[in-house]
Design a protein around this ligand. Structure first.
Ligand code: FUL
Length: 695
């Protein structure tokens, strides 16, 4: 009997321990709530900036642009939603009120809204049109409501908070389900403020009484994510360039960084020891500006830039929020639409064929309690709720993937089971070489909801994923492998002052072939390996080619005239002026004077038969002195000058690209570009590049 009892006792203990072992790991706090997980799973959303700024060519309206200027000619919110849907995005956040205070819905508390605009004869409600279009296209709808209001006379007083909450109540009551509420961090400063035109500063920590406002949002839209720089539910990533942290914790010491802005640098990586779950939203605009400016039509993010954005947001444990500056017509511009649809197609193609599905065997160095519930295969079963986990004390652990045939890949995707918290602090990826040795191909930090690595293309039969450090035993829900098609990026050809030509292409895995004799380059042309020297006039043509598929870019051509080696910019002591003739379109120089005109005078070092000139205005966003009316002079001796031409660079403000002017060839050693006026009407003249054309 006694024996029987003790056996039962031992068995019971054994059973107890085995159950213990196969229990799910305890969560690592803090953990996300369901709505936060659902928000991460949306991955990519759209932002819309549209309002009076659109019609007044501004980014931050002062609050005094007349409501009557809001006049889109053919606004169609369904066109926006169709583009957004086709671009693979899941939700839309609309600037219902930007800092200028203008309301896109007929808010009863102000006259500064669509109701006093000609659009739809003052009967329109854009928030309604957009939220309806979202419903039709199966997109979630979110609202941006600027706390700062440069129009309201109340701003800065306690009454404004009531006004602000009434606006919020309208937006969260009358337009159906709202998935995200966006509170901008820019707050207080100069403004119109009901005609007082003054500076009003507020303490952004205390003025708005945020806790009460947050409660209001919770009451009206319990599932909405509240965004501000420092949370509460989701945070800013600390930049507007669309770059999520390579180390990116979804956890944050929210109370310490609140309201966020002063410690914005910490928002990018988050805090490993953060005590709140506040994942990062990675926002950027498809154009340089948040609002539409015709002058930026040629600066829409292209496919390579958009792909960087995808991998640096969604691929770095963030949710992307890509802004569309809707144009004057009230449409997403054709260029923006084409680029984002290309973006979606390329993301789909990159992640089309998960090679891990062809794996022969997955071997874990440790499986929690040896239980099938936590087995290695869970990372490859397509079930987001199953995961591979290890025993509590086993942090260093690995998975070895063995393939029957060699696999070639260049993308690695991993996901943690974040319902139990973000755990992994460091991981690596290795491949087994033909010699049977491990070779590390990636050494990274965090994973979180999703991490995607872009890797140089490699071929192997065995891959090892190793967790090197974690807050507790790892819980990995998913791993995928892809061989993304090479992105064909165009060659960029530049030549410096001394004639050295450099050809680059953003995708470094492409080969470049070029010619200097005017012929179209093929794979039989010279392969570019390093910068090369040219003398004088030359036309360089290049293509970029994917060595495996042989897919190639279109031919890019660059015509260079005489060398700038002996050129001297006269009549200035400013050393920075050499930016004008350095062959680099991204460097620039500007000069100012008490009054126009302003001259750029160059000694070419020798006499040439000059038959024209080229001018590229500054390419930076806030460039100065884009020349509009000009005169062009030549001289043989630098004393007596002959005017060769006078005219304007038409549309240069909106389209600041190379301008080329030609005239009858004349001998000259000295040339002068005289700026008669610039596009702003002030007294500056600015240049990215200047060149001449010779016969
Ligand atoms: C910033 C604002 O000041 C910009 O105008 C824009 O709305 C951007 C999304 O946030 O803080």
């Amino acid at each position: 009997m006694k024996f029987f009892h003790s056996t039962i006792f031992i068995l019971a203990i054994a059973f107890f321990y085995s159950c213990q072992k196969t229990e799910a790991p305890s969560p690592v706090l803090p953990v996300p709530n369901k709505a936060q997980i659902a928000w991460n799973e949306m991955e990519r959303n759209a932002f819309i900036h549209f309002g009076l700024n659109t019609f007044n060519d501004m980014e931050w309206g002062y609050g005094d642009s007349p409501a009557s200027t809001f006049n889109p000619s053919s606004l169609d919110a369904e066109q926006w939603c169709k583009v957004i849907k086709d671009a693979g995005m899941k939700g839309v956040v609309l600037t219902c009120k930007h800092h200028d205070g203008f309301c896109l819905w007929p808010f009863k508390g102000t006259e500064y809204s669509v109701k006093n605009s000609p659009w739809r004869n003052g009967k329109g409600d854009l928030v309604k049109e957009v939220s309806d279009a979202c419903k039709k296209y199966g997109l979630k709808f979110g609202v941006y409501l600027s706390p700062w209001d440069r129009n309201s006379a109340l701003y800065g007083t306690p009454e404004y908070i009531t006004y602000f909450r009434e606006q919020l109540t309208d937006l969260l009551t009358n337009y159906g389900e709202v998935f995200e509420v966006w509170f901008d961090g820019a707050n207080g400063g100069t403004g119109y403020y009901g005609g007082t035109n003054e500076r009003r500063s507020v303490d952004r920590k205390t003025y708005y009484d945020w806790p009460t406002t947050i409660e209001l949002v919770r009451k009206l839209q319990p599932n909405a994510m509240i965004f501000s720089d420092g949370g509460p539910d989701i945070r800013w990533c600390g930049n507007e360039s669309g770059i999520g942290g390579r180390t990116n914790w979804s956890t944050l010491k929210r109370d310490e960084v609140w309201p966020g802005w002063p410690r914005y640098k910490e928002l990018n990586p988050g805090h490993e020891d953060g005590n709140y779950w506040v994942p990062a939203e990675i926002n950027t605009s498809v154009r340089p500006g948040w609002f539409y400016h015709k002058s930026e039509d040629h600066k829409v993010k292209d496919l390579p830039r958009l792909m960087d954005y995808f991998y640096e947001s969604v691929g770095r444990n963030g949710t992307a929020l890509l802004n569309f500056p809707v144009d004057h017509r009230g449409l997403i511009h054709e260029i923006d639409a084409a680029n984002v649809i290309q973006w979606q197609k390329t993301i789909e193609a990159d992640l089309a064929n998960n090679l891990l599905k062809t794996v022969g065997n997955i071997e874990a160095s440790n499986v929690r309690g040896n239980s099938s519930k936590f087995e290695a295969d869970n990372v490859n079963d397509g079930d987001k709720n199953s995961y591979w986990a290890t025993d509590d004390n086993t942090i260093n652990a690995s998975l070895i993937f063995e393939f029957k045939k060699p696999v070639t890949f260049n993308r690695f995707l991993a996901q943690e089971y974040i319902a139990l918290g973000q755990r992994v602090k460091a991981f690596s990826l290795e491949i087994k070489t033909d010699e049977g040795k491990w070779k590390e191909i990636a050494d990274e930090t965090t994973i979180g909801y999703k991490r995607i690595l872009r890797l140089p293309t490699v071929t192997t039969k065995v891959i090892r994923f190793a967790v090197k450090d974690a807050k507790a035993c790892p819980t990995i829900s998913n791993i995928e492998l892809y061989n993304a098609p090479q992105l064909i990026t165009s060659p960029i050809i530049t030549r410096n002052k001394n004639g050295v030509v450099t050809i680059n292409s953003a995708n470094k895995e492409l080969d470049i072939y070029y010619t200097t004799n005017g012929a179209a380059p093929t794979l039989a042309a010279t392969k570019y390996t390093q910068p090369f020297k040219t003398n004088g006039k030359v036309e360089v043509k290049a293509i970029a080619v994917d060595p495996s598929s042989k897919n190639k870019s279109s031919v890019v051509s660059a015509k260079f005239d005489i060398l700038h080696t002996n050129w001297v910019i006269l009549k200035t002591n400013d050393k920075r002026s050499k930016a004008v003739i350095d062959g680099n379109p991204h460097s620039e120089w500007s000069q100012s004077a008490k009054k126009m005109p302003i001259d750029l005078t160059i000694d070419l070092g020798k006499t040439y038969p000059v038959k024209g000139f080229k001018y590229l205005p500054g390419q930076s966003r806030w460039t100065n002195g884009i020349i509009f009316n000009y005169e062009f002079y030549t001289s043989v001796n630098g004393r007596s000058w002959k005017k060769q031409q006078a005219g304007e660079f038409s549309n240069i403000q909106n389209h600041p690209v190379w301008q080329e002017k030609t005239f009858k060839a004349t001998n000259a050693r000295f040339v002068r570009l005289r700026a008669i006026s610039n596009t702003k009407g002030d007294t500056k003249a600015g240049y990215a590049e200047f060149d001449i054309l010779t016969q």
